[in-house]
Design a protein around this ligand. Structure first.
Ligand SMILES: [Zn+2]
Length: 186
């Protein structure tokens, strides 16, 4: 279980990927009084020799953190850019079946950059191998942070505490709520 981390403007530090930290780290920050705790897991307290504390569900930085809107180049973000569609057979796959394909193969000088990678399923990637005559559905491009956030909203978001969505503003039908809270999963 994690705590959602908000910037001092009450927006998540990042959505792709979502800015969360393990609850143990959130406890330490709260204990040090380094962040404001906006929501807690109501039925979950931890004890230290000197005090009892609810586990934070949402924390907010005291000072504005200039995160910029630089988009991290990562497998997860490439899959999201391509909307989990294999760029060769055009089918949608679970992340566990996706791989990163170098459109221009590495041995031919292809780089690992936004402009040269595409999502490929675990069957198409070996088929393509070093071939240069198989082309991705869409020519790879470098998305913006905001472009990926919008794409991300088309897919389910699993949240650990119902309060998270107040800050995320996720489409209701794409929200997967925690079972513990007695809420129905989307
Ligand atoms: Zn495929």
């Amino acid at each position: 279980v994690d705590a959602l981390v908000l910037n001092s403007d009450a927006l998540p530090l990042s959505v792709v990927p979502l800015s969360v930290i393990p609850w143990e780290e959130a406890i330490v920050l709260a204990y040090k009084d380094a962040v404001d705790v906006l929501h807690v897991y109501e039925n979950w307290v931890v004890h230290s020799p000197s005090q009892t504390m609810h586990v934070p569900a949402v924390i907010m930085t005291r000072d504005w953190v200039n995160v910029g809107r630089h988009l991290k180049f990562s497998k997860a973000n490439v899959y999201l850019r391509d909307e989990y569609v294999c760029q060769y057979c055009h089918e949608t796959f679970e992340v566990s079946r996706l791989t990163i394909d170098h459109v221009v193969p590495r041995h031919a000088g292809g780089k690992t950059t936004w402009m040269n990678v595409a999502a490929a399923c675990d069957e198409c990637n070996p088929k393509k191998g070093h071939r240069l005559d198989m082309h991705p559905l869409r020519k790879p491009w470098k998305p913006t942070y905001y472009e990926l956030v919008e794409k991300r909203k088309k897919f389910p978001m699993r949240i650990s505490h119902p309060s998270w969505n107040f800050y995320l503003g996720w489409p209701a039908d794409k929200l997967v709520l925690p079972k513990k809270a007695g809420a129905k999963a989307a």
